[in-house]
Design a protein around this ligand. Sequence first.
Ligand code: CP
Length: 314
Amino acid sequence: MSWHRKDLLDIESLGADEIQTVLDTARAFKAVGERAIKKVPALRGKTVVNLFIEPSTRTRISFELAAHRLSADVINFTAEASSFKKGETLKDTARNLEALNADIIIIRHSSAGAPHFLARFLKACVVNAGDGAHEHPTQALLDTFTILEKKGRVAGLNVTILGDILYSRVARSNIWTLLKLGANVTLCGPATLVPREFEKMGCRVTYNVDEAIADADIINLLRIQHERQRTMMFPSLGEYSSLYGLNRARLAKTKPDVLLMHPGPINRGVEIDSETADGERSVILEQVTNGLAVRMAVLFLVSGGQGPQEIAAA
Ligand code: CP
């Protein structure tokens, strides 16, 4: 057991041992999810707030279900129906939530650093559910959990992340996680979206998609993050799709046991065609399933849970 933090703000600051603790704890929670009674009392009496200032389907619902499975009281906060619309600040909003005895605040925000900002003054635990183009730690943890489940290891695997890397928080969190656990990470996409700067983190950067996918054990596809781009970063979606999109012809050039991953939401026909997204190499929906166990693990650990042994004994 190696977890002594009250917040999960990013992957960059975690050690490999802490990442491993989350993954081991998630494995124990996945086993709980296969029992007849899927609920445990670990967070009974605690209040969890989903403070989502940006849209979400998977992450918000998954955190909500995770908190329910842990027996917490859950409040869903949406910016549109709140006093944000009347000009209330993020700081005042969070302090009001804490005044109502929120124990854990899960925040998604379009500004990088918003969770770190809250963690500086809140006593409540803060969990980053995606901050701008910075990090999306639970996505990387559930991606890695899925790789481990399917491949039995992470160290030594070749993982290609293909698409819009520059604007992707999922890419950054995955890069940190995979490198800390010993995988080889290749980044590929248009040069405008995959700066060579990423080589300094320890990744291989290539603009040749055939080269990027040929020896990959995992291909993690990312959508174009239009909401964060101020200008069009390539000529057209059609051109992007023909140069970088994954389809039957490109899949035929990969290893026969390659895993195809995508954090969602998918833009079908752009970064991946429907046949490939729904095909037998795709583990996209298994990623979503695993997100529940990973988020249960994160909520459990930040609130002082003692790791997988405690869950197995429950
Ligand atoms: N992967 C992910 O973050 O999806 P949502 O935006 O739907 O939460």
